[in-house]
Design a protein around this ligand. Structure first.
Ligand code: AMP
Length: 622
């Protein structure tokens, strides 16, 4: 194994020359993807295209009949062949059709559901269908080929990055895409974690730091707050907007030119090629204004002009939205701004001066932007790959789960096993039992969410634990065990401890949770907390009362000969009252009736007990 020492300040790696295996790091992006590795000099580098300039591979796939083309050539087909040219696949990973229905118009190609219960999305191209995993695998395969060409060796292993908020299904889908591309995916790593690693943050074992990773790309925005403590990376919080990025700045410039009557909006409606040209000029203007004060160009007969000041006015509301997210992330992380030690910039749009200045001001410190913001995640993934290759043993990556995980219990209640914001990897378990005599199987249904009723949460999957030996209700000891691994993938194990019967199932969320929805779910859980608590209390009272009634029935049957007719009728009358209370909505009434039944039955129970004891004693010596 090669020995590596990493220069902590710059995040560069010095390595003894090695001919060993190379594990690549891949940034599988919404707009662009990149692959990187640690070169023989020990530095993380990205794989460039054949002319050695550009490392960015547009995440676009063009279907040319049976053939597929990935990258810049595919991107060029976006206007010409919108139905055969697939972009933004990352937005579809692990998603159901319901999840994307509202922004269906965003895609110029056909997105439909896959006709299964899970209703996962698939994309129609011509008369063929592709799921997001297959589509992503084509991008990954292209990156694999590029790395193999650059390195002159076969590449089999990779680390792939995903946004910190990706859920189990989305991480699993990314892993599957890698596998389909012929890659052994050793680790799924959070993008902000990779960005930190590229800056060398966290590579020093004794380091304790809190950092903010601000990632503004072409179409999405994420802010993550990480704590790094002795080589352990922990995501304290994430926030963002899945529809906010460089494209919005371009659109704002186009709108401005239209309102300034530089160009006739009607004409743009009719002439799509002209509209596309104008969009490209708007992007060029934005990029120019990152290092110049004015932009001037001609498009046909139109003169296009924009100054930095004008652009700043257009950009301000968009930048403000990113700052609002930063404030939300800081609130969630429950730390003051002064605790942030470093702010790392990721994504091409962080080159916009107003973005940099505003983020500087917000966090009260100069941001870290010395590494190319387009490449920083891939470079960090390469550093992580190197750690996995065994060269940096002391580093462990740790994240948190964004939503609580639990199972359905009697009455449709959610019983949380792993609470939200738990650090992962994590193992947690709890014991349950049966509610019916002789029960030989038990349904285990896992959910994700914060609400008290599982119906309001998201189902991750279910299975039936079979072969429990028949026992009276309450006797079996069934341990439900959740294991959430470092990739955020959940394994659920159910084991009946008396008999040893067990089953383990890897859960996949049939529906990915878009970030906005995650926020919505959390908000709803807060808004409904009072009602949820009431419903939970009512259901719990009903369940307990139901068990009391069952026990009462059993008790009467077993002891019928020692009670008088009046006594039996008395118990039945109390039981009837309790049943009526169960059918109602008043939990206090249920408790009162349970109490009354218990009070009434207590002397009878004592008598029954005395009888049992005296029978047991008969003929026995003490
Ligand atoms: P990414 O998704 O991280 O590759 O980000 C791409 C986005 O960064 C696109 O919207 C680009 O227009 C934008 N971008 C790239 N270079 C610059 C620049 N110099 N100034 C402003 N935006 C840029």
């Amino acid at each position: 194994m090669a020995k590596i020492s990493i220069n902590l300040q710059k995040g560069t790696v010095e390595k003894e020359k090695t001919k060993g295996e190379v594990i690549v790091g891949i940034d599988l992006g919404t707009t662009n993807s990149l692959v990187a590795y640690i070169n023989t000099e020990g530095f993380p580098v990205t794989v460039k295209d054949s002319d050695g300039k550009n490392a960015l591979v547009p995440s676009v796939i063009w279907f040319n009949g049976e053939q597929t083309v990935v990258g810049t050539a595919a991107k060029d087909k976006l206007i010409e062949e919108p139905h055969n040219t697939i972009f933004s696949v990352k937005r579809l990973m692990g998603k159901s059709y319901n999840d994307i229905r509202d922004y269906q118009g965003f895609f110029s190609y056909t997105v439909i559901d896959n006709d299964t219960d899970e209703r996962l999305v698939k994309v129609r191209v011509g008369d063929k269908f592709y799921n997001p995993i297959e589509l992503s695998s084509k991008i990954l395969f292209e990156l694999k080929l590029r790395a193999e060409a650059a390195l002159g060796m076969e590449i089999q292993k990779a680390v792939i990055t995903v946004p910190a908020y990706f859920n189990d299904a989305q991480r699993q889908a990314t892993r599957d895409a890698g596998r389909l591309a012929g890659l052994d995916v050793l680790r799924i790593v959070n993008e902000p974690t990779a960005a930190s690693l590229a800056y060398g943050i966290g590579l020093n074992k004794d380091e304790v730091k809190t950092i903010a990773v601000f990632d503004l790309g072409g179409g999405t925005f994420d802010i993550s707050i990480l704590r790094i403590d002795n080589g352990i990376f922990e995501v304290l919080s994430t926030h963002g907007d899945t529809f906010l990025g460089g494209d919005d700045f371009d659109r704002a410039i186009m709108q401005y030119w239209m309102t300034q009557n530089v160009i006739d909006p009607q004409l743009l409606q009719e002439n799509r090629a002209l509209a596309q040209d104008l969009r490209l000029r708007a992007e060029a203007a934005k990029k120019t204004l990152s290092f110049q004060d004015t932009y001037t160009d001609k498009l046909n007969n139109y003169t296009l002009k924009l100054s930095r000041n004008e652009f700043d006015v257009l950009a301000e509301p968009l930048v403000q939205r990113t700052l609002d997210s930063c404030a939300a992330a800081m609130r969630d992380a429950r730390i003051p701004l002064e605790d942030i030690d470093e702010v790392v910039m990721v994504g091409g749009s962080t080159r916009i001066p107003l973005v940099k200045e505003s983020v500087d001001k917000f966090f009260g410190r100069a941001v870290d932007d010395s590494i190319n913001p387009d490449e920083v995640v891939a470079l960090g993934a390469a550093v992580q790959a190197d750690i996995l290759a065994g060269n940096q043993k002391d580093i462990l990556l740790l994240d948190v789960t964004p939503l609580s995980l639990g199972i359905e219990t009697v009455g449709g209640l959610m019983d949380v096993i792993i609470p939200r914001n738990s650090k992962i990897p994590i193992k947690a378990g709890r014991q349950y039992t049966t509610s019916v005599d002789g029960q030989i199987k038990l349904k285990v249904a896992a959910y994700q969410g914060e609400r008290d009723l599982v119906a309001d949460n998201r189902k991750l999957g279910e299975f039936v634990l079979k072969g429990i030996p028949p026992m009276p209700a309450g006797l079996p000891k069934i341990e439900i065990h959740f294991l959430l691994n470092a990739d955020g993938i959940l394994k659920v194990r159910a084991k009946e401890l008396r008999s040893g019967v067990e089953q383990t199932v890897e859960m996949r969320s049939p529906y990915g949770i878009p970030e906005e929805e995650m926020g919505k779910m959390l908000l709803e859980s807060i808004q409904n907390a009072k009602t949820d608590m009431k419903i939970r209390a009512l259901i719990e009272a009903r369940t307990e009362a139901g068990q009391v009634l069952q026990a009462t029935e059993k008790f009467l049957k077993q002891n019928v000969e020692i009670f008088s007719k009046e006594e039996v009728e008395g118990v039945l009358a109390q039981a009837k009252g309790l049943q009526e209370a169960i059918d109602g909505e008043d939990k206090d009434l249920i408790h009162n009736c349970m109490e009354a039944l218990n009070e009434y039955a207590r002397p009878l129970a004592e008598r029954a007990m005395d009888k049992t004891i005296s029978e047991a004693m008969k003929g026995k010596m003490i």
